[in-house]
Design a protein around this ligand. Structure first.
Ligand code: 1GP
Length: 256
C-alpha cells in the first residue's frame, strides 16, 4: 500500500533533488479571502514552493474555508493546513501538517486534538503529513496557546533528541518553531543539531525577516523555510523573491 500521497511526493522530489523550499504561511486572522489569494499568488510567482494556511489564534471556521478555497483557486503549488486545533481543518486544502506538539505539557496538544481531528481529516480526504512540532524559545503565541515547555534558545543541542524521537515515532516531518513574529529568528544551530539525527523533512520557521536568516537555516539543514509575518509587511514581494532566489543558490551549492 502506498501511504505517501501526492503532496509528500512533490516535497520529497524537490528535497531529494537538492531543492530548498520556501513555504509562505498565511494567517487567516490577518487576511480576507481575496487578500490571502492575492498574496499567495505573489508568493508563488516569487518562487515559493508551498503555501501554508494557519495561525495560533482561532478564526471563524467559515472564514478559514473561504480563505483556503480562494487561495487554492489562485495557485498551482500545494496548499497545506498548519492547524492550531481541530478548528484549523478545512476541506479546501490539499494536505495538512498532522502535528503533535512534542514539547507541550498538555496532552490535548500532543495527541488529544489529533484524535478529535482524525475523522474530519479522513472525511475531507486531506493528505495527512505526520509531523513533530517543537517550539524553541518561550515568547510566542504558539508556545502560550499550546502549553509548551519550550526548548531554551541557548540549548540548541536539545533539538537533537526531539529529532530522534520524532523519527523513531514515525513522523516524516519535523517542524522547528521559534514562534510567529519572534524577535530572534530560529537558531540555525538547533536545525543543525536536529539534522544530524533526522532523515525526514525539516521545516524551520519563526522570526525570519531577511534572506540571510532564511539561508542560514537552509544551509544548516532545513528543507523548507517558513515565512509568515513577512508576508504582511510593505514590499513583501521583493523580500520573498530575494529569499526564494537565495534558497535556489543553496541548491546549486549542494549539487556541485
Ligand atoms: C510561525 O514559523 C511560522 O508559525 C512563521 O513565523 O510569522 O515569524 O515568519 P513568522
Amino acid at each position: 500500500m502506498d501511504y505517501v500521497g501526492p503532496v509528500e511526493k512533490y516535497i520529497l522530489k524537490n528535497r531529494n533533488g537538492g531543492t530548498k523550499m520556501l513555504a509562505a504561511l498565511l494567517d487567516p486572522d490577518s487576511f480576507d479571502a481575496r487578500g490571502a489569494a492575492r498574496v499567495a499568488k505573489v508568493a508563488e510567482d516569487a518562487g515559493a514552493s508551498l503555501i501554508l494556511v494557519g495561525g495560533s489564534t482561532v478564526v471563524e471556521q467559515s472564514h478559514l474555508d473561504r480563505v483556503t478555497r480562494d487561495v487554492k483557486r489562485n495557485v498551482t503549488i500545494p496548499v497545506i493546513l498548519f492547524p492550531n486545533n481541530v478548528t484549523g481543518i478545512t476541506k479546501y486544502a490539499d494536505a495538512i501538517l498532522f502535528m503533535s506538539m512534542m514539547n507541550s505539557t498538555n496532552h490535548y496538544f500532543m495527541y488529544g486534538a489529533q484524535v478529535l481531528g482524525a475523522r474530519i481529516v479522513h472525511r475531507y480526504r486531506l493528505e495527512a503529513l505526520p509531523t513533530g512540532y517543537v517550539v524553541i524559545g518561550g515568547q510566542s503565541s504558539a508556545s502560550f496557546v499550546g502549553y509548551a515547555n519550550p526548548l531554551p534558545s541557548s540549548r540548541p543541542e536539545l533539538a537533537s533528541v526531539y529529532a530522534m524521537a520524532a523519527w523513531y515515532l514515525g513522523m516524516r516531518f519535523l517542524y522547528l518553531e521559534a514562534g510567529s513574529g519572534s524577535i530572534e529568528p530560529l537558531s540555525p544551530d538547533a536545525v543543525r543539531q536536529a539534522r544530524k539525527f533526522y532523515p525526514g523533512v525539516i521545516l524551520a520557521g519563526g522570526g525570519i525577516k531577511t534572506e540571510r536568516d532564511a539561508s542560514a537555516l537552509a544551509s544548516s539543514g532545513a528543507d523548507i523555510v517558513v515565512v509568515g509575518n513577512l508576508m504582511e509587511t510593505p514590499n513583501f514581494e521583493e523580500k520573498i523573491k530575494t529569499i526564494a532566489e537565495s534558497l535556489k543558490k543553496i541548491k546549486n551549492k549542494i549539487r556541485k
